[in-house]
Design a protein around this ligand. Structure first.
Ligand SMILES: [Zn+2]
Length: 341
């Protein structure tokens, strides 16, 4: 009886010790759960990819100098430095829209004035005796270029930016009249004027992407003397960093059909501006070399806001045509179908 009682006490003691141990283990287990990340994250093998700011990051691809060709896996962390943070760099995809030809062979749509004013938007970039507007998407680059040049101690002065096609016609008419007043006949005056004033719809100013830039102490377009200024030198060294190219370079009139204009700068985006500057090509030659234009200089790719005529057969899923419409023009920029009278 005594032995049984003793045994019972020993058994109870063992039970208590086991219970206390189990309780202790349970507490340790619960506490440890709060210290650890949830199951699945603790075994992460995610790569950290830091692409250069000039790289294109799009659906499922990434690369940079050190990780060229590296495709991110699910769970990878992409650290992306955006173009806006870094002066002089750009994301290609951001400004690819700006690469298109406007010249004698490649016209803007007749209604582009209203397209840029209503759909794209114009931004005031400079104000003097009148206001100067620029395509809203490119305006920040022009503004930054003006600010940075001032910091570098040069005085850039905007002479012309966006012009309506009606204003372009007035410009051309005035240029012809001036030449006739100095003795030329109409045909000669017209041909001569077209070497420096583009036809309406054929001017980059009508696209809101060209800026004529000079300096307050030299605003003459009667000659190319602007090329001897500090401001021209600054532009030659820096314009491409802001997406601008010298559009009508010296000795290239046979290609551009426009005289050397040291003041005319065209926005094409930083990526292409840099390529064009490095290559020494005109925009026309850049298109040809890349196979983006046919032998007549008409763009076959990077068509920009072109106007195309389509036959109304209601077969195009993209365009819904009113039943009484025979022919429409389609503004590829807005997708809007406009009836042809
Ligand atoms: Zn110009």
């Amino acid at each position: 009886m005594k032995r049984r009682k003793q045994k019972s006490i020993a058994a109870r003691t063992v039970t208590y010790v086991v219970l206390i141990l189990l309780l202790f283990l349970l507490i340790v287990f619960i506490v440890s759960r709060f210290d650890k990340p949830p199951v699945g994250e603790e075994q992460s093998s995610a790569k950290v990819i830091t692409p250069a700011s000039s790289d294109v990051i799009s659906a499922g691809t990434a690369g940079s100098a050190g990780t060229a060709g590296t495709l991110p896996d699910e769970g990878d962390i992409l650290i992306i430095t955006t173009a806006a943070e870094t002066k002089g760099t750009d994301e290609l995809a951001d400004n690819e829209w700006a690469l298109f030809l406007v010249n004698n062979q490649n016209a803007l749509p007749a209604n582009y004035d209203s397209t840029i004013e209503d759909d794209i938007g114009l931004t005031l970039v400079f104000s003097d005796y009148r206001d100067y507007y620029f395509d809203s998407r490119a305006a920040p680059y022009l503004t930054k270029m003006l600010e940075d040049s001032a910091e570098d101690g040069v005085s850039l002065y905007i002479v012309s930016t966006f012009r309506t096609q009606a204003y372009q016609q007035t410009n051309l008419d005035n240029s012809v009249a001036e030449r006739m007043a100095s003795g030329m006949d109409y045909d000669t005056a017209y041909a001569d004027a077209l070497e420096s004033v583009a036809l309406p719809g054929h001017s980059e100013h009508n696209a809101g992407l060209a800026a004529d830039i000079m300096t307050p102490t030299y605003t003459s377009m009667a000659d190319d003397g602007f090329k001897n200024t500090d401001e021209y030198e600054w532009l030659s060294e820096n314009a491409h960093k802001y997406g601008f190219i010298l559009r009508y370079p010296e000795g290239k009139q046979d290609v551009t059909e426009i005289i050397y204009e040291p003041w005319h700068y065209r926005f094409v985006g930083v990526y292409h501006a840099t390529k064009i500057k490095e290559s020494g090509l005109t925009l026309e030659e850049y298109f040809s070399e890349n196979g983006w234009a046919d032998d007549d200089g008409k763009a076959t790719e990077h068509l920009g806001p072109i106007e195309e005529t389509v036959q109304a057969d209601n077969n195009s899923p993209a365009i819904t045509l009113p039943p009484d419409m025979i022919t429409v023009t389609v503004n590829s920029g807005t997708g809007e179908a406009i009836p042809v009278e």
